[in-house]
Design a protein around this ligand. Structure first.
Ligand code: PRX
Length: 662
C-alpha cells in the first residue's frame, strides 16, 4: 500500500475470541445460513426476489440489472414505485396505522409519538405544501434541519412528489451550505429557527440567510420550522413559516409513481479533492437493499422491536437506517434530537430503558466515549430489552467491541459491525445475527448478494492472511448512480484505480478464515468520530486565511474519535503582524476552519512549521507528518526533495512557539 494504515490496527488480526450465535437467537432469526449460497448462485435473481418481496410496485419490473452502461448500473429500470408510499401509506392500508412509527425525544425532554397514520397525514400535508411552493417532480430541495420529526416528514414529502432531497448536516457552515445548494440547484430550502444542542437553543436560520447572500442561487423559498422560538430575520417574499403553509394544507395526497431509476436524493460527502461530491441514489435498487439489510442485519421484527439508530439525518446512516430502511419495513423507532450527555451522561441509556429499545445502532466513537465515562453510568439503567447491537462508521477496536457486548448488550446481544459508505447506499459487509460467529473488530463477510474482496496493487485478490485494498467486484442495487453533474469524476474516483472494480478507498485484510477486517482509509480522507473529512478541503480552508502560506493536514490516531485532524501550517512572513501568540494563531485558524466548513472539521492541533516535507515532484508526504502527529519515530524519508526538512520540523516543534492545543 502506498500509505500505511492508521497505526496499530494490523495487530487486531491476532484476535482469537469468537462468539457463536445462541441456539435461541438462531431459532428465531430472520436470516438463515443457506441464503449465501443461493444468493451467490444468481445475484440479480436474489435481488429481484427481495425487490418483489419487500416493496410494492405501481408497475412491476421485468428487467433486473442493466450493466451495459457500466460503471452506471440500472436496477429494475422498467418498474415504477414511490418511496413514501412504501414507507408510509401501505402500512396504513395493511391495518397498521396505529403502530408507532416515531417516538421523538427532544433534547429538553419534550416528546411526540407519531403513528403510521399520523405520518401519512403529516407527509401528505408537507407534500401539498411543497407543491404549493412551486416544487415539481425532478426539482431539488435542500434540507437543513435538526433531528426533529419535520425532517423525516420533509424527506418523505420530497420522495412523494419525486423531488430529490439534498440534506445538509445542521453542523455545516453557511459557506458549505451555499456550495451544496448551488451544486444541486435547489429551488427550496427547508430549515428551522434552531435546534437544541447541549441544553441551549442553537440557531440554524441565520446560516441559511447568510448562505443566500454569498452569490447567485436558484432558491425561491425558505420554509422554516419553528422549533426553538428564537428571533429570526425574515425576508417577506422568500421566507415562509411551516405552520402557515403545512399545517393548513390538505392531508390527502396521491404519491407520484416514479421510475425505479428516478433520483431519490443527493448527499454530499468529502472526497480527496477540496470539492465535496454530490453522491446520488435512485429509488428502486436503493430501497430494496435498504429494506433487505435493515430487516436481516438487525433481525427486525416490526411488530415487537423498538429500533434506535443514533445517527443524524445529515449523514447516509440517517437516510438509510433512520428514514428509508426502518419505515419501509414498518418499524417502530426512536429519534433523539440531542447529545448523549445532555442533561447527564446516562441520557442514551435512560432512553433505551424508557422505550424498551431492542435494537441499537451507533458508532464506535460513541461507544468509546461511554467507556471513558465509566460503566457505572449505563449500569444504572435497565438495558435488558436490547437484543441486537450495531456499529458503523469506522473500525471498532476489540476493547470497545467487548465493552459494547458486555456492558450494553448484557453479554448476550449479538454485535453487527457494518461496513458501508455514502456511495454504497446500504450495508455491504457485516455478520448476520443468528448465522455468523462474530469476532471482535471484524466486519467479516459480504452480505448475501454482495461481492467484495481484498486486492493487491495489481488488482489480484490477496490470499487469506494478507492485506491490500477493499474492492467491490459486482454491481449492487443501492450503489450510487454517480456524482451529481460530474460523470467523469465518478468514473475517475471509483473505477480507474482497478479496471472493472469499485475502489472503496479503504485498506483491508483477510484473516486466516478469509474474514475481512477494515483498516481505515488509504486516500486523503480522514474519519473523525465516524465523519468523513477531506484533508484537501481543510487545507484549502486554512490557506484561504490571509496568515497562511501553506498547509498540510493529516488524520492522527485518537483514542476516542478514531482519528483527529492535525494541521501543519507555514505562516506568511508578515503573518499576523508577527505579534500574535501561538495560542492566538491556533484559535484564529481553528475558528476559521469552523466558519469555512463547520465545527466538525476544526483541527485538534495546529502546528506552525517552517517547511513541509515534499517529494521531488512536490507532493506532500503526509505519512511523515502523521508520524510527527502521533509522536512516532519518523519513517523512511529518503524520497524527500530536501531530507533536512523533517529535522527542521522536529526542532521547530520543540520550541515554545509551536505549542499544541488539546
Ligand atoms: O472508511 C470507511 C468507514 O467510513 C467510510 C465511509 O464513510 P461515510 O460515507 O461517511 O459513511 C459512513 C457510514 C456508512 C468507509 O470508507 N467505515 C464505515 N463503516 C465502517 C468503516 N470502517 C470500518 N468499519 C466499519 N464498520
Amino acid at each position: 500500500m502506498t500509505e500505511s494504515t492508521p497505526g496499530g490496527l494490523e495487530n487486531l488480526l491476532s484476535e482469537d475470541r469468537r462468539f457463536p450465535p445462541s441456539p435461541e437467537f438462531t431459532a428465531q432469526a430472520n436470516a438463515h445460513a443457506d441464503v449465501y449460497s443461493w444468493a451467490d448462485a444468481d445475484r440479480p435473481a436474489f435481488w429481484a426476489e427481495q425487490a418483489r418481496d419487500l416493496l410494492d410496485w405501481d408497475t412491476p419490473f421485468e428487467e433486473v440489472l442493466d450493466w451495459s452502461g457500466a460503471p452506471v448500473a440500472r436496477w429494475f429500470a422498467d418498474g415504477q414505485l414511490n418511496a413514501a408510499y412504501n414507507a408510509v401509506d401501505r402500512h396504513v392500508e395493511a391495518g397498521n396505522g396505529d403502530r408507532v412509527a416515531l417516538h421523538f425525544e427532544g433534547e429538553g425532554g419534550d416528546t411526540r409519538t407519531i403513528t403510521y397514520a399520523d405520518l401519512k397525514r403529516e407527509v401528505s400535508k408537507a407534500a401539498n405544501a411543497l407543491t404549493g411552493l412551486g416544487v415539481e417532480t425532478g426539482d431539488r430541495v435542500a434540507i437543513y434541519l435538526p433531528l426533529v420529526p419535520e425532517a423525516v416528514f420533509t424527506m418523505l414529502a420530497c420522495a412523494r412528489i419525486g423531488a430529490p432531497h439534498s440534506v445538509v448536516f445542521g453542523g455545516f457552515s453557511a459557506e458549505a451550505l451555499y456550495s451544496r445548494i448551488v451544486d444541486a440547484e435547489a429551488k427550496l430550502v427547508v430549515t428551522a429557527d434552531g435546534g437544541y444542542r447541549r441544553g441551549a437553543p442553537s440557531a440554524l436560520k441565520p446560516a441559511v440567510d447568510e448562505a443566500l447572500t454569498k452569490g447567485e442561487h436558484p432558491v425561491e423559498h425558505v420554509l422554516v420550522v419553528k422549533r426553538t422560538g428564537q428571533d429570526v430575520e425574515w425576508t417577506d417574499e422568500r421566507d415562509v413559516w411551516w405552520s402557515d403553509v403545512v399545517d393548513s394544507a390538505s392531508d390527502e395526497h396521491t404519491p407520484v409513481p416514479l421510475d425505479a431509476e428516478h433520483p431519490l436524493f443527493i448527499l454530499y460527502t468529502s472526497g480527496t479533492t477540496g470539492k465535496p461530491k454530490g453522491i446520488f441514489h435512485t429509488t428502486g435498487g436503493y430501497l430494496t437493499q435498504a429494506a433487505y439489510t435493515h430487516r436481516n442485519v438487525f433481525d427486525l421484527k416490526p411488530e415487537t422491536d423498538v429500533y434506535w439508530c443514533t445517527a443524524d439525518i445529515g449523514w447516509i446512516t440517517g437516510h438509510t437506517y433512520v428514514v428509508y430502511g426502518p419505515l419501509i419495513n414498518g418499524a417502530t423507532q426512536v429519534i433523539y434530537e440531542g447529545t448523549p450527555d445532555t442533561p447527564h451522561r446516562g441520557r442514551w441509556w435512560e432512553i433505551v430503558e424508557k422505550y424498551k429499545v431492542s435494537i441499537l445502532y451507533t458508532a464506535p466513537t460513541a461507544i468509546r466515549t461511554c467507556m471513558k465515562w465509566g460503566e457505572e453510568i449505563p449500569s444504572k439503567f435497565d438495558l435488558s430489552s436490547l437484543r441486537v447491537l450495531g456499529s458503523v462508521g469506522e473500525p471498532i477496536n476489540p476493547e470497545a467491541w467487548m465493552w459494547y457486548r458486555r456492558v450494553i448488550g448484557g453479554d448476550k446481544a449479538p454485535i453487527v459491525d457494518t461496513w458501508w459508505q455514502t456511495e454504497t447506499g446500504a450495508i455491504m459487509i457485516s455478520p448476520l445475527p443468528g448465522v455468523t460467529e462474530t469476532k471482535p473488530g471484524s466486519a467479516q463477510v459480504p452480505l448475501p448478494g454482495i461481492a467484495a474482496t481484498v486486492v493487491d496493487d495489481d488488482a489480484k485478490p490477496v490470499p487469506d492472511g494478507a492485506g491490500g485494498y477493499l474492492v467491490l467486484t459486482e454491481p449492487w442495487p443501492s450503489m450510487l448512480r454517480g456524482i451529481w453533474g460530474d460523470p467523469e469524476r465518478y468514473a475517475d474516483t471509483y473505477w480507474s484505480r482497478f479496471k472493472g472494480l469499485y475502489f472503496a478507498g479503504d485498506g483491508a485484510k483477510k484473516d486466516d478464515d478469509g474474514d475481512i477486517w477494515l483498516l481505515g482509509r488509504v486516500d486523503d480522507v480522514m474519519n473523525v468520530s465516524g465523519h468523513r473529512l477531506s484533508t484537501t478541503e481543510i487545507e484549502s480552508a486554512l490557506v484561504s486565511h490571509p496568515w497562511v502560506a501553506e498547509a498540510a493536514v493529516v488524520g492522527a490516531n485518537d483514542e476516542t474519535t478514531g482519528q483527529a485532524v492535525v494541521a501543519f501550517v507555514i505562516l506568511r512572513g508578515d503573518a499576523a503582524g508577527g505579534s500574535e501568540s501561538a495560542d492566538e494563531v491556533q484559535t484564529t485558524l481553528r475558528n476559521h476552519v469552523a466558519k469555512e466548513i463547520g465545527p466538525i472539521a476544526k483541527p485538534r492541533q495546529i502546528l506552525v512549521v517552517a517547511e513541509l516535507p515534499k517529494t521531488r515532484s512536490g507532493k506532500i508526504m503526509r505519512r511523515l507528518l502523521r508520524d510527527v502527529a502521533e509522536n512516532r519515530q519518523v519513517g523512511d524519508a529518503t524520497t524527500l526533495a530536501d531530507s533536512s526538512v523533517m529535522d527542521l520540523i522536529a526542532q521547530g516543534l520543540s520550541q515554545p512557539g509551536a505549542k499544541q492545543e488539546d
